[in-house]
Design a protein around this ligand. Structure first.
Ligand SMILES: [Zn+2]
Length: 114
């Protein structure tokens, strides 16, 4: 399991190299459901997170496919850019793995959730 996790992180599919990555990622989706049901400010928070994703995607404009992948990997993960939901879940998984070492994208998204 560790070798699969390490490979997925190295290739940029995952935002962390933890064996718990998938579990934490899915927990991120559950957290989104929880906020959607019980957080009166959810739409505002989700919109703020979407703005972070959109501004990162603007940096991707005019880059080669290879450089786009590198930037997605450097900012979060390739999978995290599939949709806002995956962007949030990949951020939660990275932050849960190590809140101190989490990169700016993951920290910013989790700060908005909290
Ligand atoms: Zn997901």
């Amino acid at each position: 399991m560790q070798s699969i996790a390490s490979k997925n992180k190295k290739e940029g599919q995952w935002s962390s190299n933890s064996v718990y990555h998938t579990f934490r990622h899915e927990l991120g989706h559950s957290l989104q459901n929880e906020h959607e049901l019980n957080d009166a400010n959810w739409l505002k928070k989700r919109s703020e997170i979407e703005n972070i994703k959109n501004s990162l995607e603007k940096e991707l404009t005019n880059l080669s496919d290879s450089d786009k992948m590198k930037l997605k990997k450097a900012k979060l993960s390739k999978y995290g850019f599939e949709s806002v939901d995956e962007f949030i879940s990949e951020s939660v998984a990275e932050y849960a793995n190590n809140p101190i070492k989490a990169r700016t994208t993951a920290k910013s998204v989790v700060e908005i959730l909290l």
